[in-house]
Design a protein around this ligand. Structure first.
Ligand code: GTP
Length: 338
């Protein structure tokens, strides 16, 4: 990064954290739709091999964007993130466009913010302010926090916590989510705003605590031993009904062990892919995503205590095969930056 000070530097680095399915991509999309989000660059880190968030975010138009794929960024402490930021800044400078106002890193839902912040220490010479923003699913966070230390770690690191999916939350669950935030991080600014555009604006512009400094990189974090990421691919000849049957059966079989389901299905050759997704066993209606044409047909499954062998045994007769996604060195796939 020695040439970095010669570049036009962005003011802010936004670390967007939050548990699986807690609404990070949606909050980011809501923000990117606002005029004040101009000159934002986005880096996406997906736990699964398929870049679904990237494909979704790319639908918001011309956006300087880069991917850190195939591994949760906090488990793969290395220079890729720093190199990615450098590449985005260089491409921006070459394009002659105005400097970025901010760079947003959407972390995978399993990321621990602490190790990422330590990695970012290498960016200290760029003197960006660091905004740690965490999404907190109003209906599910309290229950998730009982089982996953990542939830509390993400909330604890945040300067701003945004309650999301408010319209889906039962009043008791919402009260528990508020109590969780108050316990884990009473100093954070809490955004609880039903209107999604206002929610996004508040989230990305809430005042920052002064003096947030980056520390130098340190040791790697522990991986997430109980959590597994698998990829389901369908056999040739499997119909759309077969695929939806599989997803339904999977939800019934895995129950609350299934944390997140996300993927693309093609209804027929030549048609745009359908984005299918569930948080826990709650499915969102599938949506056609014409801009993602060409994406591989597969579904990412993120589960807890559900070994690949058990999945394979349970669906031995189904037209589907499973492969494991190893948290490894993230493969950097830079997209159009400029
Ligand atoms: N009803 C409702 N649905 C929402 C809201 N925010 C997000 N969702 C839905 O919740 C699901 C998960 O949202 P995402 O934005 O993909 O969550 P994420 O945190 O980026 O997910 P991962 O990247 O997989 O961790 C999607 O089906 C969204 O459409 C909301 O405010 N209301």
């Amino acid at each position: 990064m020695s040439e970095a000070p010669a570049l036009a530097l962005p003011g802010e680095f936004v670390l967007l954290a939050g548990f699986l399915g807690s609404g990070k991509t949606s909050l980011l999309m809501d923000w990117l739709a606002l005029p004040e989000a101009a000159d934002t660059a986005v880096i996406v880190n997906e736990a699964g091999e398929i870049d679904i968030d990237g494909a979704v975010i790319a639908t918001s138009g011309q956006l300087p964007m880069a991917m850190l794929s195939n591994g949760c960024v906090c488990c793969t402490l290395n220079n890729d993130l720093v190199e990615t930021v450098g590449a985005l800044l260089e491409a921006r400078a070459e394009s002659g466009s105005p400097p970025f106002r901010r760079i947003v890193l959407e972390c995978s839902g399993l990321s621990m913010p602490g190790p990422i912040l330590r990695t970012l220490g290498a960016l200290a010479p760029l003197r960006m302010r660091v905004r740690v923003l965490a999404t907190c699913d109003a209906g599910q966070a309290a229950e998730r926090a009982k089982h996953f230390e990542e939830v509390a770690a993400q909330l604890a690191a945040a300067a701003t916590i945004v309650l999301t999916r408010l319209d889906l939350a039962a009043p008791e669950a919402l009260a528990e989510a508020r109590a969780l935030v108050a316990t884990v991080n009473p100093f954070a600014t809490l955004v609880e705003e039903p209107d999604r555009a206002r929610r996004a604006a508040l989230a990305f512009t809430a005042p920052l605590p002064s003096g947030a400094a980056l520390a130098p990189p340190a040791a790697a974090a522990l991986p997430h031993p109980r959590i597994a990421t698998a990829l389901a691919r369908f056999s040739e000849g499997a119909t759309l009904d077969d695929k939806f049957d599989f997803l339904e059966n999977l939800a019934a079989f895995a129950g609350d062990r299934m944390l997140r389901v996300k993927g693309f299905l093609y209804p027929e050759a030549g048609a745009p892919p359908l984005l299918v997704q569930a948080v826990g066993s709650l499915f969102t209606p599938p949506a056609a995503l014409p801009d993602a044409r060409g994406a591989e047909e597969a579904v990412v499954l993120i589960s807890r205590d559900l070994p690949l062998s058990e999945l394979r045994a349970a669906f031995a007769g189904a037209p589907v095969t499973f492969s494991g996604v190893q948290p490894g060195r993230p493969a950097l796939r830079a997209q159009a930056a400029g």
